[in-house]
Design a protein around this ligand. Structure first.
Ligand code: UDP
Ligand code: MG
Length: 319
């Protein structure tokens, strides 16, 4: 059907996934077999599991699966570096090992594996990036639904036009991987990155299932850190807003000041409003600290980038 068959790599980031990893691998291998039988991918397509410093038996299970199925490859970090770095390591790992395109999917298979075929079809239709968009957020907690809603709204306001309900369930071509390799920043935010490359992108809508076992590896702190990283790596709008609000405040305060002086000089009224004054001081004090916090976020980004430490350290690789 296709002249040269596509070699597909599937990258799965895994952190403490001992309860689900084996079922996930078996399911994904059958998806690969099915696509090979349909002549859509080549028979040397494979899975690449990245163990993000799990503390449970995830890595031992990956080693067992590797000795059982030659299509299962993987690597292990020395410690936990977070899901974005596990994904980057997987993408760069398969780039080195070789593939025509790579799909990233979560280890809990919440993302519908049956839609992988649609990703491949879009790739064959010429897309360099195929992004998965969730049909709904039924399986998310109210907290996650609300924060995700505001995050995408905020990102759009900041000029980063990522489609809402975007996910890291994504297929990218080897050309996109070549671009990724050139970006050495350590805190790369993949959703922003692939969107910004400008490569031809297609979208696949998929259903989200509840997690089969285990619990979500994201908490309030890691989600906030991911969101802040997304904003500070792709937008300087918050910094500009600070300058704009600062200028407006100075102007308003100057008018209030002139009015107070006029009260004293011409209307012979002693300036009143102690309560207003206290509120203004508290408000401005709080606002200044908040602005310092925003600047601090950017400073933190510069701090970690300038040191140019390795993104992650690999302990083992199974090829
Ligand atoms: N994950 C990871 N490192 C982490 C946290 C998560 O590699 O520090 C992986 C996790 O094993 C899973 C994927 O990232 O494959 C998504 O995590 P999870 O399913 O817990 O997130 P949720 O679906 O709740 O957003
Ligand atoms: Mg999940």
């Amino acid at each position: 059907m296709f002249e040269k068959k596509t070699k597909l790599a599937i990258v799965v980031p895994c952190y403490n996934e001992e309860l689900v990893i084996e079922t996930t691998v078996v399911t994904l291998l059958s998806v690969l077999d099915d696509l090979v039988n349909k002549n859509k991918i080549s028979s040397d397509s494979y899975l690449y599991l990245v163990d993000d410093g799990s503390k449970d038996r995830t890595w031992e299970i990956i080693e067992e699966l590797h000795s059982k199925y030659k299509r299962v490859k993987g690597m292990k970090f020395v410690r936990n570096y977070g899901n974005q770095k596990a994904l980057i390591a997987g993408l760069l790992g398969v780039k080195e090992f070789g593939c025509d395109c790579v799909l990233t999917i979560d280890a809990d298979l919440q993302q519908d594996e049956n839609s992988i075929e649609k990703f491949i079809d879009e790739f064959h239709n010429g897309a360099e990036i195929v992004s998965g968009i969730r049909n709904d957020r039924k399986t998310d907690t109210i907290f996650k639904k609300t924060t995700a809603f505001f995050f995408y709204k905020l990102m759009n306001l900041m000029g980063v036009k990522i489609p809402p309900n975007h996910s890291d369930f994504r297929l990218v071509s080897s050309k996109a991987l070549g671009i990724l390799e050139k970006f050495s920043e350590s805190e790369l935010f993949l959703r922003g990155f692939f969107h910004e490359t400008g490569l031809k992108t297609a979208y696949v809508h998929f259903d989200v299932k509840p997690r089969a076992a285990g619990s979500s590896k994201f908490n309030f702190v890691s989600l906030t850190s991911l969101a802040l990283n997304g904003i500070t790596s792709y937008s300087i709008v918050p910094l500009r807003l600070i300058s704009a609000i600062g200028l407006i405040t100075v102007f308003v305060m100057a008018c209030v000041g002139v009015d107070a002086v006029c009260d004293k000089l011409f209307r012979h009224e002693a300036p009143s409003g102690w309560a207003t004054l206290v509120m203004l001081i508290i408000f401005l004090g709080g606002f200044q600290i908040f602005c310092l916090g925003i600047i601090g976020e950017y400073l933190g980004q510069i701090f970690s980038e300038v040191k140019a430490r390795p993104r992650y350290i690999t302990e083992k690789e199974l090829l």
